[in-house]
Design a protein. Structure first.
Length: 473
């Protein structure tokens, strides 16, 4: 339940898969041994010479034990299949996760829960519109690879000089997880999922210039807790700007129907590409609960997550989907976009009293309110131009916004806080003020969630009321 736990689950599953691929778990060793055993039996069945010769039980057991017994230390060092955390002779790896500066705060919490070091959660800067800078992500991968190459070369020299201390003290940092944001909390920005996946898969397939002891594996997760409901939209322009058609390239995806779609609190969907991925990462196999012999055992999902006894959240989404259908849910998403476009147009009409604080995304609008005294200063500096009578066009292109000077930002931020408190105490409305990465001043944020309509009269009431209560600030 909840987008935060879904993000933790994704990071946990990613770490588990990396460990399995690199032989840190018995599961990988047992699976490989089983496959070798099956291959050996297949070879026996396909060899006519062996078919004519009956193997006695002693011969058969000899082959089985040879395959299922743990490999020798020499074989481990040669094949690098079974990397153990307990041996000082084997390479030690610190797993590194990547998120954008607009990502949800739950990823920082998830990293702590999983025991990642503070510097092993790397924050990638965003573009001007709030989406992840994919070039910066690729550069960060390259920097880690250069760092690792330097360590390996120094260790090779240390081995020649019999200096094992060098090998023990250096950290080998490798990527294992990248989070894409589909609708950031404040801006509402969407990352370019396809480009991020392309960078990750390119890194996985790239051959390093140094001896590598591990398999590259990067899990790409899409956090759509807020904006992921756009997946129900059938409008091409919405699916394009939100990158919904690119989710199929990711390893996991989460969205919260209790937010934009108005499902009962709380309802969270977590979709994972890898069949049995959650079971392999989480299952503890408590015999008194998860017995495969009981009726309906295949429908018991309790061992797939952290929590066991819980409400049937999936029924809420299923019932809503069944009643409204995909087109009905898609229409609800599209309606939010249309309503906020109307809000943006009204803000632009009142351009010297209100202004956009950043480029508007489909589901979030961030804006400022300027009381007369601040408005006058901005006009004197040419930041706001005086409104000509009968000119209600807004005068700006659809993506323009105002940049507040630093010396005015603190004063304007205090106005935003004071106005929010006044509106709340008067019982008029609760509209949040928010920090924004591209502005020094706090701004107001409007999102539309649930089933309630936002009419033109509602929009005018919001802005008129803010003017009424903020005129003397």
């Amino acid at each position: 339940p909840g987008g935060s736990l879904a993000n933790l689950t994704a990071m946990h599953a990613a770490r588990h898969r990396w460990k399995v691929v690199n032989g840190y778990t018995k599961q990988q060793q047992q699976q490989k041994q089983h496959n070798e055993y099956r291959q050996w039996l297949d070879n026996i069945n396909e060899t006519s010479e062996v078919e004519e010769k009956k193997l006695d039980d002693m011969t058969l057991n000899k082959h089985i034990n040879a395959i299922l017994s743990p490999p020798s230390r020499k074989k481990q060092q040669q094949q690098h299949l079974y990397i153990t955390n307990n041996s000082a002779d084997e390479p030690q790896y610190d797993l590194v996760a990547f998120v954008s500066s607009e990502a949800h705060y739950s990823f920082a919490k998830s990293a702590r829960v999983l025991g990642l070091r503070e510097d092993d959660l790397i924050v990638i800067p965003t573009n001007a519109d709030g989406s992840m800078n994919v070039e910066a992500l690729a550069k960060s991968f390259d920097e880690l690879e250069c760092e690792l190459e330097q360590i390996v070369r120094e260790e090779d020299v240390a081995v020649v000089r019999s200096n094992s201390d060098v090998k023990r003290r250096r950290r080998r940092r490798v990527p294992f997880f990248v989070a894409c944001t589909a609708g950031s909390t404040v801006r509402g920005s969407f990352d370019d999922i396809a480009k991020i996946v392309e960078v990750c898969r390119g890194y996985e397939s790239r051959q390093p210039s140094f001896k590598q002891h591990y398999e590259r594996s990067i899990w790409v997760h899409v956090d759509g807790a807020w904006g992921g409901s756009a997946i129900f939209s059938s409008r091409n322009e919405i699916r394009s700007i939100t990158h919904m058609d690119e989710i199929r390239h990711a390893d996991s995806f989460t969205f919260n129907p209790h937010k934009m779609l108005g499902a009962p609190q709380q309802t969270t969907a977590f979709i994972v590409r890898h069949r049995n991925g959650l079971r392999e990462a989480n299952a503890a196999g408590a015999k008194y609960l998860f017995d495969p012999r009981k009726n309906g055992a295949e429908y018991d999902l309790g061992d797939l997550s952290y929590t066991c006894g819980r409400r049937t959240d999936a029924v809420k989404l299923w019932a809503m989907w069944k009643y409204y259908g995909r087109s009905g849910l898609g229409s609800r998403v599209d309606q939010k976009v249309d309503e906020l476009e109307c809000f943006v147009k009204e803000v632009r009409k009142r351009r010297n009293t209100f202004a956009l604080a950043c480029r508007p995304w489909p589901f979030n609008v961030n804006f400022f309110y300027f009381p007369p005294r601040i408005r006058e200063v901005l006009e004197q500096r040419g930041i706001l131009r005086p409104v000509v009578e009968d000119d209600m066009s807004g005068g700006d292109d659809e993506n323009s916004f105002i940049q507040i000077p630093d010396d005015i930002a603190k004063d304007l931020a205090e106005v935003s806080v004071a106005l929010k408190l006044r509106l709340h105490e008067a019982g008029e409305m609760i509209i949040p003020y928010q920090p924004l990465s591209n502005q020094q001043a706090d701004c107001f944020r409007l999102v539309v969630a649930g089933k309630k309509d936002l009419k033109e009269s509602d929009i005018c009431h919001i802005l008129d009321t803010m003017e009424k209560y903020g005129a003397d600030l």
